[in-house]
Design a protein around this ligand. Structure first.
Ligand SMILES: [Zn+2]
Length: 307
């Protein structure tokens, strides 16, 4: 079962840089997802739309595509009164991505934050490590059942939540785990920190110590900061590193939200991201298959893309 996921790690060890996918939110909204609706429910009600987004990324050059299960923990799904559908929506998500994948494509099971604060920070009772682990274990088991090759624990804000998710994935299966944190750029100090003050080096160390196979950053400000973050992580580890930043900051005009960086502008930053020691590159909010196409071209031009 884990053979395909292991292949990702072997290819990186062999010197390849792999291409991840881009954003989902903007594409789902463009397809009619309403604000406040549950994106994961679309794995059932709008399967064709979700499948076509996956296919769009594979066609654009993504080698690893993630499932539409970012908010798929029971703790998150209960907000939509869909807690009892946790297993079903995650399994469906994995199957949909698999159905869109070419034979050589890899599927990463997306696991995002629960939006519930850890015990030490919450004003209410908060979530204990055990509760985090249980909710992520349920999701990871369902994703594995649906056939993912590896996991993408992503956009994590709290170290407690991130490490609980990693441990849960490892308890569920022996599939590889990629784990990425959300970093804020603190302009005043000219540095990048997680919401709870961890430096990129600290974050990399703690994610690896929890058992992650690939660590890095996603979302956040944009590729310019991704370069700095990956450089700092590379100083403290030889482990595979991944970055999939946002297409710059969101720009709100009336009802519409666009992002600062178009495909060309974004891709221009990627040679430096490769030089920083990044092994898997993609993009997050505000990006679409065109961004991935340009990023894939950069990787090819650097001679880092395998068959
Ligand atoms: Zn994002």
């Amino acid at each position: 079962m884990s053979a395909r996921g292991r292949e990702v790690l072997e290819r990186i060890r062999g010197g390849e840089t792999l291409i991840f996918d881009g954003g989902y939110g903007t594409m789902l909204f463009a397809a009619g997802l309403l604000n406040g609706a549950c994106p994961e429910l679309w794995n059932d009600t709008h399967a064709d739309v979700v499948r076509s987004i996956h296919k769009g990324y594979f066609d654009a050059g993504s080698q690893i595509v993630e499932t539409n299960t970012f908010g798929g923990t029971r703790l998150k799904l209960v907000e939509y009164r869909l807690g009892e559908r946790t297993r079903d929506l995650n399994e469906r998500g994995a199957r949909l991505a698999r159905a869109a994948a070419p034979p050589a494509g890899y599927i990463a099971g997306s696991i995002g934050p629960t939006s519930r604060l850890p015990q030490d920070y919450a004003l209410d009772a908060g979530v204990t490590d055990e509760e985090y682990e249980a909710t992520f274990l349920e999701q990871a088991e369902a994703l594995a059942e649906g056939g993912v090759d590896l996991f993408a624990v992503e956009t994590m804000m709290f170290p407690q939540e991130a490490t609980a998710a990693i441990r849960a994935c490892k308890k569920a299966t022996d599939l590889p785990v990629m784990a990425t944190m959300f970093f804020q750029f603190e302009e005043l100090h000219d540095r990048d920190r997680t919401m709870w003050g961890e430096s990129p080096a600290d974050a990399a160390r703690s994610l690896l110590a929890a058992g992650a196979d690939v660590v890095g950053m996603n979302c956040g400000r944009g590729p310019d900061r991704a370069i700095v973050i990956i450089r700092e992580m590379r100083k403290v580890t030889d482990a595979p590193l991944i970055a999939y930043p946002n297409a710059g900051l969101p720009v709100t005009k009336g009802d519409t939200v666009t992002y600062e960086l178009g495909p060309e502008e974004m891709a221009r930053e990627y040679p430096a991201l490769l030089d920083a020691g990044c092994n898997i590159v993609g993009a997050c909010c505000g990006s679409n298959p065109e961004h991935i196409e340009r990023i894939a071209a950069v990787v090819r031009a650097a001679g880092r893309r395998g068959a």
